[in-house]
Design a protein around this ligand. Sequence first.
Ligand code: ZN
Ligand code: ZN
Length: 330
Amino acid sequence: MQAMILHQIGKPLVFIERDDPQPGVGELRIKVEACAVCRTDLHVVDGDLKDPKLPLVPGHEIVGVIDALGEGVDPARFGRRVGIPWLGHTCGNCPYCQMKAEKLCDRPQFTGYSRDGGFATHVVADAAFGFDLDKDADPLSLAPLLCAGLIGWRSLKKAGNGKRIGLFGFGAAAHILTQICVWQGREVYAFTRAGDRAAQQFALDLGAVWAGSSQDNPSVPLDAAIIFAPVGDLVPAALKAVRKGGTVVCGGIHMSDIPSMPYVILWGERELVSVANLTREDAAEFFPIASRAAVRTHTTVYPLRQANEAIADLRAGRLIGAAVLVPEVG
Ligand SMILES: [Zn+2]
Ligand SMILES: [Zn+2]
């Protein structure tokens, strides 16, 4: 197999070749077709998330075809296309697993963090966390759905059923969620970095009714806001933008510190909540909805060996939509 490996926090990934991994009991091996790059990968590489497995193959928005089965896995799955997400394994025994809240499992494994991920030609995954995907769809287009899409969907569920939804940070997740919201008949208000006209135009092209910078005021109170950018300063900005009783959802796994703020912007029964991980239930709901809503992801494709360039472009905000890595053919 070929892979891009993180040996040390803060260092570039290194291209390697080594023996193909073998699936253990209850596991699958996937021949990777595409793996999208998520902001969480930046947090892993930068050390914002503590104690990753090292050396590590990052990447948790994996689409591929099952090419080997471990013991105990249904033989009918061989050759099927699956997606592998961030939540790679749950213990099944802790109090959270027992109460069917696997997103909060005390002993989880995360793809591309505590187990090897998809910046590679092959990856081994827990068969229970490989979601069947449409064999006829474009794998490049599917890959960003595995995290940006699923976490976007989970965030939207937390945001409630309001009509006016603010999205802070207009990257991979927001561009998918905008299409879902428009399909549901909601109004999307897109908040970007100041002066990021390209992202604002991209939001409007996807059907947002308003786009501006995070300090601008859309002049109507929002029912809910979802923050995808890892910027704590956006929390008070989003709270100010939502109406009484409205909800602000923090959709990221990491955020810079939230500044102190006057209580009055939370008062009025506004709610501030976070989202932790996806669940298999989210996937069962989301993939059919993404298909019905005819979600089209906007991708920039990089050969696997250029993972460092993809990471740098994501970090610098040079991307529209999502970066996707593809193994070289041959
Ligand atoms: Zn558990
Ligand atoms: Zn992710």
